[in-house]
Design a binder for this molecule. Structure first.
Ligand code: CP
Ligand code: NVA
Length: 313
């Protein structure tokens, strides 16, 4: 069974194919397109809030001819203590795939191991691979030009990640950058450097030491092609809000910080954004801010991910 739980679950060759298919699906939107999910139902189990991920998967599954079935964790017996394993086995008898947003990454791995249908990571506390594939595609669309090789256009490019450098987006970008042939520099406060879990995964994937970390945001953004940030208070961390906002304030992406990157650098953010915290309005309004292209591309890239998984199953 093939799953998409982390960035490296597709080989580089498959990443190339996913990007190429996403470009094709984007160009075809609104016209008759691939119906690879005809007669299929995909369940979407969400334990956390979502705007982009939920809507782009529901619309995407529908556009591929399938039926998306949204299940809030608290509306099913999983929320009352039914085991992950039993849930996976039961759902596998009904549906053709699972899209899952949860807290512990291990819960996702247990679902994938116990079930018999493909599982897609729609965000865990550890990784958010659908977002990283989309972000990389969004930059590559600009850099590769029409018909150019999307994955190759990322080779050697530098991303700077500022703020909460221990969050799921930072982890996923560390793994994704290494897999896509990019360089990554991260900058955040004391106590929020990338942790042991991502270091262990990097070693396992053959990318040990594949990032640079500094407490100086200007050092991180120097020569960067992408300046990236995420909320300082991820879902589940609300009790730490005050302390996080205090510690991360020096890592806000201001106009001055963005101007210290390459002159043609892109500003990216997975959204939702908190203007005045991790990014200023000046940067959100900047012509090189591509946040809504990233949001739209979730649809095209995830359709390509689903179609690729189905073809491999
Ligand atoms: N970027 C992202 O995953 O957004 P949602 O939380 O709205 O799905
Ligand atoms: N780090 C954020 C990402 C939201 C898409 C969170 O986990 O809440």
């Amino acid at each position: 069974m093939k799953h998409f739980l982390k960035e490296t679950d597709f080989t580089r060759q498959q990443v190339s194919e996913v990007f190429a298919l996403a470009r094709e699906l984007k160009a075809q939107r609104g016209r008759k397109t691939s119906q690879v999910l005809a007669q299929q139902t995909w369940a979407m189990i969400f334990s956390k809030s979502s705007t982009r991920t939920r809507v782009s998967f529901e619309v995407g599954i529908h556009e591929l001819g399938g039926n998306p079935l949204f299940l809030n964790k608290n509306d099913i017996q999983l929320g009352r203590g039914e085991t992950i394993e039993d849930t996976a086995k039961v759902l596998s008898r009904f549906v053709h795939g699972l899209v899952v947003r949860t807290y512990e990454h291990s819960e996702l791995e247990r679902l994938a191991a116990a079930g018999s249908v493909p599982v897609i990571n729609a965000l865990t506390d550890f990784l958010h691979p659908c977002q990283i594939y989309t972000d990389a595609f969004t930059a590559a669309e600009r850099w590769a030009g029409a018909g150019g090789d999307l994955l190759a256009s990322l080779q050697g490019r530098k991303i700077a990640f500022l703020g909460d450098t221990a969050c799921n987006m930072a982890n996923s970008w560390i793994l994704g950058a290494n897999h896509f042939g990019m360089k990554i520099s991260l900058s955040g406060p004391e106590g929020y450097a990338p942790g042991a879990e991502i270091d262990a995964l990097l070693s396992q994937e053959g990318f040990a030491g594949g990032y640079h970390f500094t407490h100086d945001p200007f050092e991180a953004v120097k020569d960067a092609d992408i300046v990236y940030t995420d909320v300082w208070v991820s879902m589940g961390k609300e009790e730490e809000s005050k302390e996080r906002i205090r510690l991360m304030a020096p890592y806000s992406v201001t106009g001055k910080v963005f101007a210290a990157a390459k002159p043609d650098a892109l500003f990216m953010h997975c959204l939702p954004a908190h203007e005045g915290e991790e990014v200023t309005q000046e940067v959100l309004d900047h012509p090189r801010c591509v946040i809504f292209d990233e949001a739209e591309n979730r649809l095209h890239v995830q359709k390509a991910i689903v179609a690729t998984l189905v073809a491999r199953s």
